[in-house]
Design a protein around this ligand. Structure first.
Ligand code: SAM
Length: 450
């Protein structure tokens, strides 16, 4: 099987692989790169990615370093060959439009559209779980990066870990956990490679997930099973997946917990008198770490009750409140008198600075004359400043530039579009079972004393 782009990065793009296209800072689109079909003498451009920033024939996106910026095709897309485009990608300077933030959303005017189409650009990014989370087709609510990063470290997911996950939903958590448990470096033991056992009871979602896992070459790490885990639990063909980590993103996690016991247990915590050849889905030689993900506190209460009843310990609940801070210098925050108001136009600012400097000099001269005391330091970096600019005394103002206090107040704003689904995370540990034989084995391995 081909190596997964999520697990074994290559340095350049290639046909039939997933690429994440960055259209702007917050807008990503997954595509499968395709070789041109029916290309004539290398000049027909074949499959094309059409965006509001212009058209990008796949031929221009192939065999370039991941992370490359690619400019939109000019109108006559048939006139350029693949080689020429590739040279352009590698040689060209950064386009002059919107370099800092990526493409701006063009306004409705047709003229702007035309400009965007000819001067727009995209970045071709190598797939990562984070980018997949930002671009995947949503079939359900998904777990976002701030939550899954925390969850994965709390449930001790690391190379070699075997994780049970239900439900699979849109596969956001699945991709992140696959990378966390993967340890397929050369020479690694297949049994120690780590695995994600993912369960989904909604058939169309299961089918889509299964197809996606294969498209992303993750089938060696992720096994998706179509199953109602409340009724049927977590065994795979009657065998234990020997998991030591569990993540449940289900409407009623407490309904599934009795299947995650060490002995066959009925709902409510009573041991099943007739276990038959039932096996625990948990690794008998390791403690099991669980996280359940629920939006309502009532779900948390029911989950915690069931966890306690079933013997789980160290139960606690966490809510991740993720905020992204946008820190900027806000020139409008500084009182710059100008005929044109508080504009941040460089010409206005330069004029305002000149006026302020001359006002300052006049004030200093006045005080000098009044007190006949020399002003101790008139350098810009020591000027008295508005106390609401706390960074102004840090001494890092550059004499060749505007004094820091004139560069604007340092302000921060939280971004409103929080891409994290607020849920409560319940964590718990089920210690491994211990008996006389385990004690003897431990003593034989690590004898105490002499
Ligand atoms: N964690 C997923 C992600 O990051 O993309 C999203 C999971 S989604 C919120 C919950 C999923 O659980 C749904 O796809 C639903 O079909 C599935 N589900 C609900 N009850 C289930 C059950 N009893 N057995 C298996 N899957 C179930």
């Amino acid at each position: 099987a081909r190596p997964s782009p999520f697990l074994e990065p290559t340095s350049r793009t290639a046909p039939n692989t997933l690429a994440i296209i960055s259209l702007s800072k917050e807008h990503y689109q997954p595509i499968t790169l395709q070789e041109s079909i029916g290309a004539v003498d290398g000049y027909a451009e074949g499959v094309t990615l059409n965006t509001r920033f212009g058209s990008f024939p796949h031929s221009t996106l192939l065999d370039i370093p991941w992370g490359s910026q690619v400019r939109a095709s000019v109108v006559d897309t048939g006139s350029r060959g693949r080689k020429r485009r590739r040279d352009q990608v590698e040689d060209e300077e950064t386009p002059t439009s919107n370099q800092d933030d990526g493409n701006d959303t063009p306004t409705s005017a047709p003229a702007k559209k035309a400009i965007a189409a000819s001067s727009g650009f995209i970045y071709v990014l190598r797939p990562t779980p984070e980018l997949w989370t930002s671009s995947l087709p949503h079939r359900t609510q998904v777990v976002y990066t701030p939550d899954y990063s925390y969850v994965l470290q709390r449930i001790r997911a690391r190379p070699g870990t075997r994780i049970i996950e239900a439900g699979a939903g849109s596969g956001s958590f699945t991709h992140a956990s696959a990378r966390a448990v993967y340890s397929g470096y050369p020479g690694s033991d297949a049994d120690a490679r780590g695995k994600v056992f993912s369960f989904e009871f909604h058939e169309p979602r299961f089918e889509k997930m299964d197809a996606e896992i294969k498209q992303h070459s993750l089938q060696g790490i992720v096994q998706v099973t179509h199953r109602d885990v409340y009724d049927e639990g977590f065994l795979i063909n009657g065998k234990s997946p020997k998991a030591s980590a569990v993540f449940l993103d289900l409407p009623a996690p407490w309904e599934a917990l009795h299947h995650l016991a060490r002995r066959k247990t009925l709902k409510g915590g009573k041991l099943d008198e007739n276990p038959g050849d039932w096996d625990s889905p948990l690794d008998p030689n390791k403690s099991a770490y669980i996280c359940t993900f629920s939006p309502c506190i009532e779900q948390v209460t029911r989950t915690v009750t069931e966890l306690r009843t079933l013997g789980w310990t160290d139960i606690d609940m966490v809510e991740i409140a993720h905020r992204r801070f946008n820190v900027i210098r806000d020139r409008a925050g500084v009182n710059i008198p100008s005929e044109k108001g508080f504009s941040a136009q460089p010409a206005d600012v330069a004029e305002a600075v000149k006026k302020l400097k001359s006002d300052l000099k006049r004030t200093q001269d006045f005080h000098k004359a009044q007190t006949s005391q020399p002003v101790s330091d008139t350098s810009e970096s020591k000027m008295d400043v508005d106390e609401s600019t706390p960074e102004s005394n840090t001494g890092d103002s550059n004499k060749n530039e505007d004094p820091l206090w004139l560069q604007g107040r340092l302000v921060h704003r939280t971004e409103n579009d929080l891409k994290t689904h607020t849920s409560y995370l319940v964590f718990a540990i089920l210690p491994r079972e211990w008996d006389e034989a385990a004690e003897e084995a431990a003593l034989a391995k690590w004898p105490c004393g002499g």
